[in-house]
Design a protein around this ligand. Sequence first.
Ligand code: ZN
Length: 218
Amino acid sequence: MRWLLPLALLTATTQAAPVTKPPTGQAKAPPSTACTKELDARGIKWKRASKKGIADGVQVLGPLNGVNVVSEEYDLVIDCSLAVSLYEAMAYVRGLGIEKAAFSSAYSRRKVRGTNHLSKHSFGLAIDIHAFTGPDLGTVSLKNDFEQGLGDDIDCLGHPLTQGGAALKILQCQLVRSGLFRLVLSPDYDDAHHDHFHLEAIPWPDRTELRSPTPAIH
Ligand SMILES: [Zn+2]
C-alpha cells in the first residue's frame, strides 16, 4: 500500500498544475473609487460586484443607516452612487420607525416599458421598493396602503386617512425633496408604478454634490 500515496500526489500534481490558478488571485482587495470611499466613510459593509452595465458595482452586505434593504429573491447589487443615496434616504425611513424596506427589483437588464430605452435598472442606478416594516407601523405596502392623489405643490402631504397612508406619503415627500434622487416615481405617476417607489440616482461622476437643490421629478 505504500506506493499509493506517491501515486496519488503525482496524479494530483499533474492534473491540477496546468489548468488551475491559485485562488489567491481573486482575493485581492477591491479597487476603491471616489464613491466607494463614501461607503466606507459611512461604515457601509459592501463588496465589489461586477455586472454588465454597472459602472461602479457593489453588493451591499448589511443594513443601510439602520434599515435592512432586502429582497426574498435578490442580493442588493447596485451602482455605488445609488447605494450612497439609499444610505442617506434611509435616515427618513428610520425616522418613521421603519426597520426594513423590501425591494422587488434592483439591478435588472431591461427596457422601459413601451420604449426601446434601457431602464436605469440596467445600470444598477434604480431600485423598486414595495413595502416597509417597523415594530409600531407593522408592514405597509405601496399596493395596499398608498393613498393616491394626496397633496399639491404647496402642501405635499395633504390629508391621508390612515397611518400607513400617512407614513408612505411623508416618505414620498421627503424622498422627492431630498435631492438624493433624479427620479422618484410612485403610484401617483402611472399604473406601472401602482405598487412601488421607483428611486433612481445619477452616476457618481455626474454628481457635483451629494444632494441636488432641485426636487426629483415625480
Ligand atoms: Zn423601477
